[in-house]
Design a protein. Structure first.
Lengths: 300, 312
């Protein structure tokens, strides 16, 4: 090799830095920590989270003003959420989750998941993470975990804040369910926890769709818009009776099925269908995101 | 393994989906310990090549190795030993310099979190950014951004550093600083691959050069070899251009060029005084005679083509 004449003498070469193999779990957690710091300190995301605090607060106040006052409410069988609220403040959480689920929670998840890969690509930071190397599949798993955690915190915030507001403004005691049965307050709160987890699962499915869309573009705003359009289109289609055949397969179809948790006995059929649907969406779109991201040319 | 070149590519080719051939059959060899100037005009395929080297873009054909390890398969193994700056700096605008470096470091499986703070401080100090450690990246000047990117490539001990246009957009002062930094890195025995569209910017620090033109490598070798390529020419000023050119022909000179009042040719191994004597014997009025050796810049332009000829 004639080109090697000017090669430095071997003595001046750097001592090969030994590549230290650190615990893959710990290093994965370190990257996750960095990712969480990044998304939870971002002003835009904090603004979204504050919306999730303010809306249940306003909702509680509005319903308190409108409610038939001083405990003469309370519902018989098949009473609606709102009627139940007058009898028990815990119901504000279920009302808030139901309302937030149609638009605000999906929007929050769309923003964070749509930004996950596309945002890094847009900044150009993606190429630097990949040359570290962060590892494409590893980075994707960290991104998705962070999206799920953000989704969980969002849902928890809605149910937590509305629980506090509900307890402050309305009477609290044994919870009368939608089926008319009354359970203890502890049982009611446990059901609220399950509802929150169910909603989180629904958001995790939407997050997987968002992650997949996010790997297709370097424009975060485009990805976010696409996810929102998808979610809204699915909700609209779900309300058109002519599309009844596809309803069970729509990503949003099972979102509100958590009301079975508010009946006694709990109708597990819809819940299982819902969770299964979310699982299938996570697997399919997770696979799409992986297939795309691990083979994509990064030219941003 | 240490005998392997720092970078070697075999028939590396990239055709983008639009059909555009960005890199065509590239055989790059960057010897260990060298400072390799990777030159070529904008759009000649340098950045695409660097992206392929680092596993960001997958080649259509061909293969390559970094430090003797095949890529992109061995990226987890070899990339921790490679620092890089690709197509300009890119960081999170809302974070400070140290926070940005901490983010990069957190992504590194091989980095020790216990020494992260210390390593970040050291590399910021090396590029002179320690004083600005509270400043958000969005408030950085272009030169500071460039230096932060170099600091990121110095977070860990490296065997190879790949810098794509590290002086792009810098003022002469900044360019000098970056050049000094590269020189310093190289004296530690680290191989440096530095790309530029300006030969003058890297000429003083390079031991080797590779020159790209529209996706192809048109020259590769030690800088001295490129210099030696520029053979001297003889230039004669005369009113009898035609007859002088005839004499040049008889003497066996190559590449004879004539213009108004001047004739020139490659000197090869002929002596100028002998050519002068022949001209005078032939009764050609010689108003002036001289020899000239093209400088590196001219050789470079000769290799890469003049002006905006980005064919394809």
């Amino acid at each position: 090799m004639s080109t090697a004449e000017i090669t430095a003498t071997p003595d001046s070469r750097p001592v090969a830095p030994a590549i230290v193999r650190r615990s893959p779990v710990l290093s994965w957690l370190r990257l996750l920590g960095s990712e969480l710091r990044l998304i939870f300190r971002r002003l835009r995301n904090l603004a979204l989270l504050s919306v999730l605090v303010v809306l249940p607060l306003l909702l509680g106040i509005a319903l308190w003003v409108a409610a038939p006052h001083h405990g003469d409410g309370g519902g018989g069988p098949d009473a609606s959420f709102i009627d139940q609220l007058a009898g028990n403040g815990v119901f504000l959480s279920f009302i808030a989750l139901t309302i937030m689920m149609t638009l605000v929670l999906p929007l929050v998840v769309a923003v964070v998941s749509g930004d996950s890969i596309a945002g890094e690509a847009g900044y150009g930071t993606l190429r630097y993470l990949l040359t570290v190397p962060a590892g494409r599949a590893r980075l994707l798993s960290v991104k998705y975990t962070a999206v799920m955690i953000f989704g969980f915190v969002s849902c928890l915030l809605v149910s937590g804040v509305s629980l506090i507001v509900g307890v402050a403004l309305f009477p609290v005691g044994p919870v009368t369910l939608l089926s008319g049965t009354t359970v203890s307050l502890a049982d009611g709160l446990l059901r609220l926890l399950f509802v929150t987890l169910y909603v989180t699962a629904a958001m995790a499915a939407l997050g997987a769709i968002g992650l997949a869309i996010s790997t297709l573009t370097e424009h975060a705003i485009g990805a976010i818009a696409a996810i929102m359009i998808l979610a809204v289109a699915s909700e609209v289609a779900d309300n058109v009776p002519q599309f009844a055949v596809v309803h069970p397969f729509l990503p949003t179809h099972w979102w509100l099925s958590f009301d079975s948790l508010l009946r006694s006995p709990i109708a597990t059929g819809d819940l299982v269908h819902g969770l299964l649907s979310f699982g299938v969406y996570v697997v399919i779109f997770g696979a799409i995101a992986w297939a795309r991201f691990t083979t994509a040319n990064v030219t941003s | 393994m240490s005998g392997a070149p720092a970078v070697s590519t075999t028939g590396l080719t990239k055709r983008f989906r639009g059909g555009q051939l960005a890199v065509d059959d590239l055989d790059l060899v960057v010897p260990r310990g060298s400072v390799y100037g990777f030159l070529g005009p904008n759009g000649s395929g340098k950045t695409t090549t660097i992206r392929m080297l680092l596993g960001l873009v997958f080649p259509t054909r061909g293969s390559h190795q970094l430090l003797g390890i095949p890529m992109p398969h061995g990226s987890a193994q070899v990339l921790p030993k490679v620092g890089s700056l690709v197509e300009g700096p890119a960081f999170y605008p809302q974070l400070s310099g140290p926070a940005n470096l901490a983010r990069i470091d957190a992504a590194d499986r091989t980095a020790d979190p216990g020494t992260a703070r210390e390593r970040i401080t050291t590399s910021l100090e090396r590029v002179g950014l320690l004083a600005a450690k509270k400043k958000h990246y969005r408030a950085y000047s272009l030169g500071m951004k460039q230096r932060l990117a170099i600091a990121a490539s110095l977070l860990q001990p490296r065997e190879l550093i790949i810098l794509d246009e590290p002086t792009n957009g810098l003022d002469p002062q900044g360019t000098r600083e970056v050049r000094g930094l590269i020189r310093e890195i190289a004296t530690e025995g680290v191989t440096v691959l530095v790309s530029s569209h300006l030969l003058a910017e890297v000429e003083q620090i390079c031991s080797h050069v590779g020159v790209m033109r529209t996706g192809r490598l048109v020259f590769q070798g030690p800088l001295d070899e490129l210099r030696a390529r520029g053979s001297a020419r003889i230039e004669v000023h005369t009113t009898e251009v035609e007859r002088a050119a005839e004499i040049f022909g008889k003497l066996g000179l190559a590449d004879i060029q004539t213009s108004e009042g001047e004739v020139s040719a490659q000197l090869a191994d002929q002596l100028p005084e002998r050519i002068c004597r022949e001209l005078v014997y032939a009764d050609i009025p010689v108003a002036g005679l001289g020899t000239a050796r093209p400088n590196l810049e001219e050789l470079f332009v000769g290799l890469t083509g003049e002006g905006f000829d980005v064919d394809g």
